[in-house]
Design a protein around this ligand. Sequence first.
Ligand code: HEC
Length: 150
Amino acid sequence: MKNLLQLLILVILTSCSISIYADNMSDKELIKGRKAMFKQNYSYAKKMSSEITKGNNQSVSDLALKMSRNYKSLISYFPDNTKTGYDTGALPSVWKEKELFNELMNKASNDASDFAKIAMNLMGDELKEYQKKMIWSQCKTCHDKFRMPH
Ligand code: HEC
């Protein structure tokens, strides 16, 4: 009973601190922040490709973990007050189909962290194939539905 109460208090405190954090960021900071994170993930993905070619597997793995963490944070960068403005390239579908959007973001994050493990055990062309499937394919799948054509 005491444990249950502690758990309940922990859950309440955690959810309060998350919402305070999101409330503190302005729509401008959120939109600019998420654009910067997507750009960063793009540069991580490109760097990953060149590190695979060079055989720097530890670095490939580190980049994949950073990418995974960015995707996880990105989920909280799309509250209702950030649908328009500041040159956002996000489509209204992000908010109409929030569940699917978050699912794809979580999948992208989980696949990147799985890829980080695979990168420690495979090399060269074989690793490139996995990178295509687990890293690069996520971009188009999500953009087709949720990002404006550019
Ligand atoms: C789950 C969805 C999702 C995934 C996965 C995803 N993106 Fe995006 N991406 C978006 C959305 C939505 C935007 C528009 C954000 C905005 O402008 O507010 C975006 C924007 C971008 C931008 C433009 C940033 C800017 O400065 O305007 C780049 C570059 C980008 N993504 C690259 C990538 C790459 C590369 C990958 C894969 C490695 C990827 N994205 C994976 C949804 C996704």
